[in-house]
Design a binder for this molecule. Structure first.
Ligand code: PAF
Length: 292
């Protein structure tokens, strides 16, 4: 496994791979890896000749009062995990190179960045889009893999790739969950034992929302929101932030529920802010990325 620190070296490698006609799969991460990340790597390895994983905790996507300093960082463990799944190249750039003080160009993804998580995290998605655009320029992947847990992020990256003609195929992969349904996330380490137990209610509530839509066929999103809220409120530690029903392809609100629909939610619990989502479609057996 090759570890590259400079953008120049990574650029040279991707050029070389392009000349030798090797397909490049790319998994961008902020480290603190878990099974969810490894599932993206495995998918990339299945579909590409070379897999590149980046590890970079991107300061531009953290708000001033967010957890940039405290964000979990364990490089040695991350590298051991990546080596165990036989990643070809790890790109670990320095902050100065990715977010230089004199850099003034950024990506503004517009209205999609101001809804859902963008309400509580202003500027977050422009920070994500800007760093992902830089990483795409450096790595030049054919395919890039993102987890469905960050549904809004997936839609935004797809939109950016379309608008900026990046020529990268963005693939959304299923959320990997703990045994009780909690979506895996690097931030789950912030949860205390009682908070960790209470957090299982998120997925339970989403599954109930999906069953409710499929069996009762309500037309008003508020009927489903009420059902979901009841389950979330049964856990006093959870503070729901939003419960929204949206069109999966562009995150537009559904006035009247028409399938497919994605239910997205966020809740605060202790020091953590958790997000999750579920797709509701007529054919639940279809892979989730069909919806995007
Ligand atoms: O999903 C993440 O870990 C980050 O938002 C990403 C895509 C690596 C950009 O920093």
């Amino acid at each position: 496994m090759q570890i590259i620190h400079s953008a120049k070296d990574m650029h040279s490698l991707s050029k070389l791979l392009r000349v030798s006609d090797k397909s490049i799969g790319f998994v961008p991460t902020m480290g603190a890896l878990h099974e969810g990340h490894l599932s993206l790597v495995r998918r990339s390895k299945e579909e590409n000749e070379i897999t590149v994983v980046s590890i970079f905790v991107n300061p531009a996507q953290f708000g001033p009062n967010e957890d940039f300093e405290k964000y979990p960082r364990h490089r040695e463990k991350d590298l051991a995990m990546l080596s165990s799944v036989e990643v070809d190249t790890v790109f670990m750039p320095e902050r100065e190179e990715m977010c230089g003080k004199d850099e003034t160009t950024s990506v503004d993804i517009g209205a999609l960045g101001n809804i859902l998580c963008g309400v509580a995290r202003p500027g977050h998605f422009n920070g994500v889009a800007t760093i992902v655009a830089k990483l795409f320029n450096i790595v030049s992947p054919d395919n890039a893999y993102f987890g469905q847990k960050d549904f809004q992020q997936c839609v935004i990256i797809k939109k950016m790739v379309t608008d900026l003609k990046c020529g990268v195929n963005v693939i959304m992969c299923p959320t990997v969950r703990e045994a009780d349904g909690l979506a895996m996330s690097s931030r789950n380490v912030y949860l205390t034992e009682p908070e960790r137990k209470a957090s299982a209610a998120l997925y339970k509530a989403l599954c109930h929302g999906r069953e409710f839509i499929l069996s009762k066929r309500p037309s008003a999103p508020s009927a489903v929101q009420d059902e979901i809220e009841k389950i979330l409120k049964s856990e006093p530690l959870l503070n729901p932030e939003y419960i929204e029903m949206l069109k999966p392809e562009n995150l537009e609100p559904t006035g009247k529920i028409e399938l497919p629909v994605v239910i997205c939610l966020a809740a605060r619990i202790g020091k953590a802010r958790l997000i999750d989502n579920i797709l509701v479609k007529e054919e639940p057996s279809l892979p989730d990325d069909c919806a995007l």
